[in-house]
Design a protein around this ligand. Structure first.
Ligand code: 2HG
Ligand code: ZN
Length: 535
């Protein structure tokens, strides 16, 4: 047991504590996150990445394929003059300023764009795209650049269209809880804005300090609150999108119900900027919960973790807002690389449970009863509960900073898999066995409540032989159980050629047709999402 951690231990002491503290204000959620830096400085110089690891369309095996630049036009002096006129002072060609937009957060892919445009309005985005479409200039829409699949940076010399300056809240309706804002609003800023008004955003991510709502919607980001508030496909009520030819599609309605025709906004949610540039979003925001508790628990097996989950759903019901896990290998990385202290006894698995409700006494009683049950039935070995904001933050860090810890462990191969929940950890065990000592670490963590595993494999350096051992094994394994090879991160550049493992050819063909219809010249985020033969 780690001494001095500022949580509250479970067992009898917890019972006493919960009774005696029932009137004390509990911590609030919404400002607990370590911020993933979205912008890097001092990056090591890297060659333009032309070799990407993708599966050959025929073989499905991991191999290095040269991705060829499609025959788009290149930016001319005349083009620069046009953009300078439309965006005076916001047409960036300085290589130092372009550096961060060309490299992804993981520093795993790098483009060589020579031009970064920073529009402030939908009209400006429309003028840019109309021009680029006529000139056949490729465009890479970019939000906070926190994506993990190489979808947010150019591959070659695509023009980077940054939404960073489109960062205004347009309206907020306190009766309906509908927020309408520009695409470049940073998620954390929206959260702070709403919290002042007694509301929260329906999504929360480790990258909240850098990621932008437009990028969140374009990638259909999931995150930590999905279990409670559902996916963006439900909470996004309306979108404004600029199409490849510059046409503005204003579907920015704020209606809970709207069955008039096809729900076009759904096409753009999760399309990774390949069908249009999202410029504004209407989103339904829940009331800020009055009472928040976080429990950090240890289990001795994944089976016990699953039983704890079942019990948790039954006993906490409507107040359960997150059920996340990490394995002991993740814990070791947190301890080694980030010097975090495990707040409880060393265990094979750790769970983060969050409750959010409107009645402190009621929530505490429910949580207490649940904890008593799982402790007394030995489903849980040890645990701690936090209610104050700083302590809640510290417990959440154990889950949210795993991604950051992994970046210090070497080159990381990342997989974001949806499976029937009882299967999720078997993939980690099988992968460990399959790779033997070829990998440095094979770790599993993620969103149990959503059946979403983050499987990460580290290696001291980039290792093509290791990659060939992981892929397509990981995708075949996933397909065997009818899982998804991209639960919440998207396909981007890195996963696009594996789409067939999760979608039938008929579905992929329809996606290709939709792309051709909306972006006939293929200028929007080329080389992403759809397999090579449809680019
Ligand atoms: O780094 C990853 O693999 C997962 C990142 C993110 O989706 C998370 O849930 O922490
Ligand atoms: Zn995740």
């Amino acid at each position: 047991m780690a001494a001095g951690f500022p949580g509250v231990r479970l067992g009898r002491a917890t019972v006493r504590w919960l009774q005696s503290q029932s009137s004390s204000p509990l911590g609030v959620i919404g400002c607990r996150l370590p911020v993933m830096p979205g912008i890097f400085s001092g990056l090591p110089s890297q060659k333009q990445i032309r070799l990407v690891h993708v599966a050959g369309n025929q073989s499905n095996s991991a191999n290095s394929t040269v991705l060829r630049r499609l025959p788009f036009a290149t930016v001319s002096q005349h083009d620069l003059e046009f953009f300078n006129k439309v965006l005076p002072g916001r047409t960036i060609t300085d290589p130092d300023l372009l550096e961060s937009g060309n490299v992804d957060w993981l520093k795993s892919v790098k483009g060589s764009s020579k031009l970064l445009l920073r529009p402030q309005s939908t009209e400006e985005v429309s003028q840019i795209l109309r021009y680029c479409n006529e000139r056949r200039l490729a465009v890479n829409p970019q939000g906070g650049n926190t994506g993990l699949v190489g979808g947010s940076v150019p591959v070659f010399d695509e023009i980077i269209l940054s939404t960073a300056l489109m960062n205004h809240v347009l309206s907020f309706d306190r009766v309906s809880g509908i927020l309408t804002c520009q695409a470049g609003c940073v998620l954390e800023n929206l959260s702070s804005y709403l919290e002042e008004l007694g509301f929260i955003m329906p999504l929360d991510l480790g990258a909240k300090g850098s990621c932008q709502i437009g990028g969140n919607v374009a990638t259909n980001a999931g995150g930590l609150r999905l279990l409670r508030y559902g996916s963006l496909r439900g909470t996004v009520l309306g979108l404004e999108v600029v199409l490849a030819d510059g046409k503005i599609l204003n579907c920015l309605v704020g209606l809970r119900k709207d069955n008039t025709g096809y729900d076009l906004k759904q096409l753009f949610i999760g399309s990774e900027g390949t069908l249009g540039v999202i410029t504004a979003v209407s989103i339904l925001c829940p009331h800020k919960p009055k009472s928040v508790n976080v429990a950090f628990l240890g289990c001795s097996s994944f089976q016990q973790l699953l039983e704890t989950f079942q019990c948790c759903r039954g006993m906490l019901g409507e107040i359960l807002s997150a059920f996340e896990f990490l394995d002991s290998s993740c814990m070791k990385l947190l301890e080694t690389h980030l010097k975090l202290v495990n707040p409880i006894t060393e265990s094979p698995f750790y769970i983060v449970i969050e409750t959010s409700g409107s009645n402190e006494a009621h929530d505490e009683e429910k949580l207490h009863n649940f904890l008593e049950t799982v402790m007394s039935s030995s489903l849980v070995i040890d645990g701690t509960v936090a209610t104050e904001e700083s302590k809640i933050k510290a417990l959440w860090a154990m889950r949210e900073r795993v991604t950051e810890a992994l970046t210090h462990d070497g080159y990381t191969y990342k997989y974001d898999i949806s499976l029937p929940v009882e299967k999720i950890y078997q993939l980690v065990t099988d992968m460990r066995e399959h790779l033997g000592d070829r990998a440095k670490n094979v770790v599993g963590y993620g969103h149990v409540g959503d059946g979403n595993l983050h499987l990460n494999v580290t290696s001291p350096t980039k290792d093509p032989a290791l990659l060939a051992a992981i892929e397509p094994y990981v995708y075949e394994w996933t397909a065997r159980f009818r899982g998804s090879i991209s639960a919440e991160h998207g396909l981007g550049l890195k996963k696009k050629n594996y789409i067939h493992f999760s979608k039938p050819p008929e579905a992929v063909a329809i996606m290709g047709n939709i792309k051709s219809m909306l972006d006939p010249h293929g200028i929007l985020n080329p080389y992403k999402t759809l397999p090579d033969y449809l680019s």
